[in-house]
Design a protein around this ligand. Structure first.
Ligand code: 8YV
Length: 352
């Protein structure tokens, strides 16, 4: 009798994806089926002897967990593109491979980034509050009441400069969506810690692709990014190197009518500074899908109290299509990795 390989799955991945695992005779699947974050005690107990584990971004993968798994563990597969919940060097030490889910969520997150930019510019949270609270009948119409800055450029509105902190796949897809809006200038800071690290050929190709609409595309330092962006998209990864890159100093330099969008990681933005910037009107509005300290964001959080802060509970990748693709890829990565095959999307833990 050959023993089955154990795979621990930290969320029920649904009826379309779970059978990829459960229908296999050679695999024993142990699944956390509760509708809440996987219990740490349960995980530490059940991971013992596993060859693979499929996780989401709320599972911390550290030495403790890897030690609890023991020497059989070959693969950690996360259903996310971000991996700051994973201590990559601990994986490297133990020769454990890492699967993740880039690309498949790019469109969904780019969609929601544009949505947040529009919501923030046109005061969605504030104005929907008027309707929700039954205040519409009392509202006195005035030509400039409830107005906000327009994202699209037309004969009547000036050209817009969009800025990106982080200029990877999701930023490129967001820029592509903004071209029909008439955006003419794009600036970015791709290496947020120092001067931007430009990629000349890539930038020339993007400019060529979007001409004649797009007039300029250039890497800038953070100061220029703050001063020149009409809409700033934060689409950078989390972790210590990007923590609070958007701080009080940065926000004070931004334009009064500018909009800040964060669909990357909450930790990049200092929440107190952003709340102050909105309260004191240094910037026009914010649209954020991620907040430092999430999901523990209660009603009295300084950002929740700001009417010009449009907050979504981290749903950037939450479309049926994208979550299905992410879950499928996470399982495929795991299945390939445990038998030593090429994983469809592997992150090189030794190089990271
Ligand atoms: C997911 C994300 O919602 O992929 C990421 O890094 O932040 C989101 O797409 C989340 O990670 C699900 O695990």
């Amino acid at each position: 009798r050959t023993s089955k390989s154990k795979i621990v799955v930290c969320r029920d991945l649904g009826p379309d994806v779970m059978p990829l695992l459960t229908k296999r005779d050679d695999i024993e699947v142990v699944t956390w089926t509760e509708d809440c974050v996987c219990d740490r005690e349960w995980l530490l107990k059940n991971i013992s002897g596993a060859v693979g584990i499929v996780i989401v971004f709320s599972e911390l993968v550290n030495a403790e967990l890897l030690d609890a798994a023991g020497p059989n563990l070959k693969v950690v597969s996360t259903m996310s593109v971000g991996y700051e919940h994973i201590h990559v060097s601990e994986l490297a030490k133990r020769n454990v491979r890492l699967g993740y889910t880039p690309d498949v969520l790019t469109d969904a997150v780019a969609d929601i980034s544009v949505m947040l930019a529009l919501m923030a510019g046109r005061n969605a949270n504030e104005t929907m509050g008027i309707v929700r609270e039954g205040l519409w009948p009392k509202f006195i119409w005035a030509p400039f009441a409830l107005c906000g800055p327009q994202l699209s450029t037309s004969g009547i509105s000036p050209s817009r400069t969009v800025g990106f902190l982080g200029f990877g796949r999701i930023s490129h897809a967001t820029l592509a969506r903004l071209i029909p809006f008439g955006v003419t200038d794009c600036i970015y800071s791709s290496n947020p810690n120092s001067a931007a690290s430009p990629k000349k050929e890539r930038d020339e190709a993007l400019l060529k692709q979007y001409q004649p609409q797009l007039k300029s595309l250039r890497p800038v330092d953070r100061d220029t990014l703050a001063r020149e962006s009409d809409v700033l998209f934060i689409l950078a990864p989390g972790g210590p190197s990007t923590r609070h890159l958007i701080d009080e100093d940065f926000l004070r330099k931004m334009k009064k009518h500018s909009v800040l969008v964060n669909a990357g990681r909450g930790t990049v933005v200092d929440s107190d500074a952003l709340a102050k910037a909105l309260r004191e009107k240094w910037i026009w509005g914010a649209g954020i899908d991620v907040v430092e300290g999430e999901p523990n964001i209660w009603k009295d959080h300084p950002l929740v109290r700001e009417p010009r802060c449009n907050i979504l509970p981290h749903i950037g990748s939450a479309s049926f299509e994208t979550r299905l693709a992410m879950a499928t890829l996470a399982v495929e990565n795991c299945l390939a990795g445990i038998v030593g095959q090429n994983m469809p999307a592997e992150l090189d833990v030794k190089a990271s």
